[in-house]
Design a protein around this ligand. Sequence first.
Ligand SMILES: Cc1cc2nc3c(=O)[nH]c(=O)nc-3n(C[C@H](O)[C@H](O)[C@H](O)COP(=O)(O)O)c2cc1C
Length: 482
Amino acid sequence: MAYRYYKDNREFIEALRATGDLVTVEPEVDWDLELGAIVRRVCELQGPSPHFKKIKDYPGFEALGAPLATYRKLAVCLGLPADTPIPEIGRAYVERTEGGKPLKPKVVDRSQAPCKQNVWTGDDANLFNLPAPMVHDGDGGRYLATWHMVVAKDPDTGEVNWGMYRQMVFDEKTMVGPVLPFSDMGKMFFNKYVPRNQPMPFATVIGMDPLSGVAACAPSPIPEDEFASLLMGEAVEVVKCETSDLLVPAHAEIIIEGEVLPGVWLEEAPFGEYTGYRTSPRERRTVYRIRAITFRDNPILTVSNMGVPTDEGQLLRSFSLSLEMEKLLRSQGIPITGVYMWPESTHHMVVIGTRHAYTGIARQIANLVFGSKLGPWFHMVVVVDENTDIYNKNQVIHALSTRCHPVNGIHVYEQDVGTPLNPFATPAERRMGKGAKVLFDCLFPRDWQPSDIPILVAFDTVYPQEIRDKVLANWKAYGFSD
Ligand SMILES: Cc1cc2nc3c(=O)[nH]c(=O)nc-3n(C[C@H](O)[C@H](O)[C@H](O)COP(=O)(O)O)c2cc1C
């Protein structure tokens, strides 16, 4: 079943305009910090996406900032009303990705692929001909790829991976960026291409349709080009690259083709990161040598500005990580009632609601999620009972502050996989990519007598039904507006 979706970035821009979630910026903006500063402020205000029509030094190029940095925009991208409540957006994601049949991408001819409208090879394939912004003051260079996906293929199985791995322009022909070893592309490159000293063909896709972007940054259990089809209900249209047999979304704005070089390292960073800090230092990182650039007429570069919440990485990673965790826990038969990550936690803290079926359930939950493929990305699990609304910050903070015993309820996991980007990690831990994790068990112990369990004093818990009904029925009559 095909859902309502946008075939390209341009249809999505029009949809955002229609819901009031887009502002057209007509005055020229400077790629050197001004554009980035606007996008940053939009993220901090949770505002409409800026569509920049003129970029200094780059006539003909446009940019879209903060394309998916609010739940409203995510709802629009899934074809739902902009004001759809968060749990319903989550249900749509789970229903589509669990219920549908993944479809292989549909290969189209280049004549049907707008991303082939312009082709630069040889000397023309020069990265400085693209309006890479200087996103934050203090960044180590201009970042071309901040909201994009890198396409690569397993050399043995042919399985395709789409993922987001930031890329800084190093020189006319070279980009550089971190590829974490536990990411899917990291495993493929470091475990297969590097030992064979074989360059890995890649294609960086900028300005793909928004659901392909959601798929690319999700911890998808299947190849992302098929995962995207579950979200759309239709196969993604792809076209063959100029210089390799990789397939890229045909309606994307800009494609940069080339090879990731084994055994070659160049310096990258610092950069404003998803945690809201500039943490990882300038270091030698993975090198992308480019061979061709193809793009649509009047290409629209998509730009994310990572920093303090909320940017699209924080929002979408929180969204898809928590829902994939929910699927994992349900598949193991754990009686959970929901899983949620606030984007403001920069997807470091996950709140899990459960029925308190047996002693040790909170530890079992934490062990499963920390031990899964998703584990390296977060380090706090908060387990609450089924009566706590996991989407309600007040209720979760109340549960954490009143039900989690500082000795018995907090369980520390000292050695674990982490990322070099954790601001709290010691410099040595960051260098090693080592993490530490903690479980906050907010369930009253099973072996307490019912009379030992304090009674929650709330409107819903301590008044008889007839009194609550009466008060609610008369609320306006008492003089309250809502
Ligand atoms: C905007 C954005 C930028 C990211 N940058 C990087 C990066 O530079 N390096 C990296 O290893 N992962 C990065 N990630 C996380 C990966 O995108 C993520 O691991 C991957 O897309 C999906 O996971 P998987 O393919 O490893 O399952 C980034 C995520 C987002 C949303």
